[in-house]
Design a protein around this ligand. Structure first.
Ligand SMILES: O=C(O)CCC(=O)C(=O)O
Length: 249
C-alpha cells in the first residue's frame, strides 16, 4: 500500500472521515467526463431543489467503467473494504445554478441500518469526484470533519456547528467514510456544478442501485477488476471469503 493510500485509510476511519485525493484525472479528462454527464441531464431525476441525479451510470455509458477502476481509488477501496470490494452505486450529481442545499445525510447502507453503525470495519467508501473546480461559490460539498465517529444519525445543529466546504481542482475527489455527515451545497455560480459519485462497499453489502443489465460483449471485455467490482463472479468471491474465514478456525 502506498503512503497516500495508507494515510487516506487512516483519515477515513480515525481522522476527519474524509480526505481529498488530488489529480486523479487531468483537467481535460475531467472536462470530458463532465460533458458526458451533462449530455445525459434530460435522463436525470429532478427534484424541486435544483439537484439533478443520474444513476446506474456504467449501464448508461460504458465510459464510466474505465473510471471506477482508477488504480488509486481501487487501492483505497481494497485497503478499507477488502480485496473483494463491490460497487454499490455509480451516479452523477448536477447542481443547477441557484439550487437549494440538499438534505443532510450519511451514505447507504448506514441510513438503511439500525443505530449502532460501525466505523470499523467500514462498510462503504464514497467518492465525490470533482469534474470542475469545486469552490464555495459553485457548491463544494458540506462535510462535518470527524462526524463518522459520532455514532448517531445526523443532527442539523451539530452539523452546522462544524461543517466546512470541500473544495479542490477538476479531477480531484473527496473520498469519505460512508458514515460522514454531509450535504450538497448551494450553487451560486452561473454554471452547473457536476460531480461523479462512486460508492464502493464490502462484499456483504447489497448494491444500492441497479448495476446493469450488461451485454455479453460488455461482460466478455470487462477487466478482472471490473468483474469483481460488478459482482460478475459473486459466488466465487463468497466461496473464497468462506474458505479464508474457515482457515482462521
Ligand atoms: O454532489 C455533492 O456535492 C455530494 C453528493 C453526495 O455526496 C450524496 O448525495 O451522497
Amino acid at each position: 500500500m502506498t503512503d497516500e493510500i495508507e494515510a487516506a485509510r487512516a483519515a477515513l476511519t480515525g481522522g476527519d472521515g474524509f480526505t481529498i485525493l488530488q489529480g486523479l484525472l487531468s483537467a481535460d479528462e475531467a472536462a470530458a467526463a463532465r460533458g458526458r454527464l451533462l449530455a445525459m441531464k434530460d435522463e436525470a431525476t429532478h427534484n424541486d431543489d435544483g439537484i439533478l441525479a443520474l444513476s446506474n451510470l456504467i449501464h448508461r455509458d460504458a465510459y464510466f467503467a474505465g473510471l471506477v477502476t482508477h488504480p488509486r481509488l481501487l487501492a483505497l477501496a481494497h485497503a478499507l473494504l477488502g480485496g473483494d470490494a463491490r460497487l454499490a452505486a455509480v451516479g452523477g450529481r448536477i447542481l443547477v445554478p441557484g439550487c437549494k442545499p440538499g438534505g443532510l445525510h450519511v451514505d447507504y447502507p448506514y441510513w438503511a441500518m439500525n443505530p449502532g453503525m460501525p466505523v470499523e470495519p467500514a462498510l462503504m467508501l464514497q467518492v465525490i469526484w470533482m469534474l470542475e473546480p469545486f469552490t464555495e461559490q459553485n457548491g463544494g460539498t458540506w462535510v462535518a470533519p470527524g462526524s463518522q465517529a459520532w455514532g448517531s444519525y445526523p443532527e442539523q445543529a451539530r452539523f452546522e456547528a462544524t461543517a466546512i466546504q470541500a473544495t479542490g481542482e477538476a479531477g480531484d475527489a473527496v473520498v469519505s467514510h460512508g458514515l460522514l455527515w454531509h450535504r450538497t451545497a448551494v450553487n451560486r455560480s452561473s454554471e452547473p456544478r457536476v460531480a461523479l459519485l462512486v460508492n464502493y462497499s464490502q462484499l456483504a453489502v447489497q448494491p444500492m442501485t441497479e448495476m446493469g443489465p450488461f451485454t455479453d460483449a460488455f461482460r466478455d471485455a470487462a477487466s478482472p477488476e471490473l468483474r469483481s467490482l460488478l459482482g460478475f463472479d459473486h459466488g466465487r468471491a463468497l466461496r473464497r471469503r468462506a474458505a479464508r474465514v474457515a482457515g482462521y478456525q
